[in-house]
Design a protein. Structure first.
Length: 88
């Protein structure tokens, strides 16, 4: 086989292989993008849950601070009221 024949055969083969590899790379990138989107969504959901939990804890601490610093209220009555009220 002459050099011209070898080049004539290798150019289409390289083009086909390059196209297949390029398509595989595009699919891999799409897969990675989707995985990143899902991870981001999960992280955002966890952050929202932590923020809500932190807010509830801050509210409870504020109530406890108010009970401890308010000398005019009856501590036992306040504790009983809190015990009977539903949590967030």
């Amino acid at each position: 086989m002459s050099m011209v024949g070898l080049v004539a055969i290798s150019v289409p083969v390289v083009a086909i292989v390059g196209g297949v590899v390029g398509e595989m790379f595009k699919r891999w990138v799409k897969f990675k993008e989707r995985a990143l989107e899902l991870t981001t969504a999960q992280a955002a959901e966890k952050a929202a849950q932590y923020a809500a939990k932190t807010e509830r804890l801050e509210q409870r601490v504020a109530v406890l601070e108010r009970i401890l610093t308010d000398r005019s209220s009856n501590l036992a009555d306040e504790i009983d009221r809190l015990r009977d009220s539903p949590l967030n």
